[in-house]
Design a protein around this ligand. Structure first.
Ligand SMILES: Nc1ncnc2c1ncn2[C@@H]1O[C@H](COP(=O)(O)OP(=O)(O)OP(=O)(O)O)[C@@H](O)[C@H]1O
Length: 296
């Protein structure tokens, strides 16, 4: 099973949102990382077949998705970033409705809905109106609808926004289990969401994929560029202007432990630290708005 993105470009009037992107997706979880505006949503919408590229194509097992039409939709699950709920529907009615849109046979539908509600811990709210659910629960309903047809390809655009830490962990586990023999592409700007579950990551910046690889491969490129140093707290402000700080931790006695990325040591008594994906992300997006693990 293979999804091939070939020289995909999407140009709006004065903006090239996706610029000549090529990527071959194989089974497993893929993290699509990038800052806001990098082009992730635009790329995903083209892969989902709901946005027409300016140029380039997407092929599923060698056949262009345009040519596959309905057959592609049958093997495809998609959770858009902001997807319209039907707030007056109950959870179960909404899933029934989505199942009928996807053409699922009624016999299978009830069983599938029960199974998904259980896996996403939504059984207790199955008869509640969607508008009455918390943001995190609504997100899980969205994930459930994307899984209804047991898709071979699952595309999730910022699926963890609004989930609390416990829900995030549960969500990661569900996906890891689900991704065996399937292609799962998750976009996020929260590095920790994909660091442990993604088999591979693609990092997107300004409409282009600037790095692809397993977390280990990508992290290796940061060997020797991640540093740790403990300095008096009052000096932090000075160094923050000159180095790219990843994390700061308060220590006892008025000092702070600083983790930063740099070609060479820039703070007193710096020691090399084992790199993580977040360090690479900060390195690649240096100069842009810092992206931290918000909402965690
Ligand atoms: N319909 C459109 N018309 C014009 N420009 C657009 C349109 N859709 C997206 N863009 C622009 O294309 C760029 C990429 O947007 P996109 O939504 O794909 O990024 P993203 O990485 O998903 O960011 P976010 O996480 O904020 O959604 C942005 O600069 C955006 O303003």
């Amino acid at each position: 099973m293979e999804l091939t993105i070939q020289k995909l470009t999407k140009r709006y009037k004065d903006k090239t949102a996706v610029n000549n992107v090529s990527l071959t997706l194989t089974p497993g979880v893929w993290g699509l990382l990038g800052a806001n505006g990098a082009g992730k949503t635009t790329l995903m919408r083209m892969v989902a077949g709901i946005l027409t590229p300016t140029s380039g194509k997407v092929q599923y097992d060698g056949i262009e998705i345009k040519a596959l039409g309905e057959a592609y939709r049958d093997v495809f699950g998609y959770l858009p970033q902001n997807f319209g709920f039907y707030p007056e529907f109950t959870v179960a009615d909404y899933l029934q409705y989505m199942a009928s849109l996807k053409g699922l046979p009624q016999k299978e539908t009830n069983q599938k809905i029960d199974e998904l509600l259980h896996r996403l811990t939504l059984t207790d709210v199955r008869n509640k109106h969607i508008r009455k659910l918390s943001g995190g629960m609504q997100r899980r309903v969205g994930i459930a609808q994307a899984l209804l047809n047991d898709p071979d390809i699952l595309i999730l655009d910022e699926p963890t926004s609004g989930l609390d830490p416990g829900e995030r962990i549960r969500f990661r586990n569900i996906l890891s289990e689900f991704a065996q023999q399937r292609i799962v592409l998750i976009s996020t700007h929260i590095v920790s969401d994909v660091e442990y579950i993604a088999n591979r990551n693609a990092i997107m910046k300004d409409g282009q994929i600037i790095a692809v690889g397993t977390t280990d491969e990508l992290v290796k490129t940061m060997d020797g560029k991640v540093w740790q140093s403990t300095i008096p707290a009052e000096q932090l402000h000075h160094y923050e202007r000159t180095v790219r700080v990843v994390t700061v931790r308060n220590e006892e006695g008025g000092s702070v432990s600083v983790r930063y990325v740099s070609e060479s040591p820039s703070l007193p008594d710096s020691q090399n630290a084992a790199p993580r994906l977040e360090d690479l992300y900060l390195w690649l997006f240096r100069g842009e708005e810092a992206v931290k693990e918000d909402a965690v």
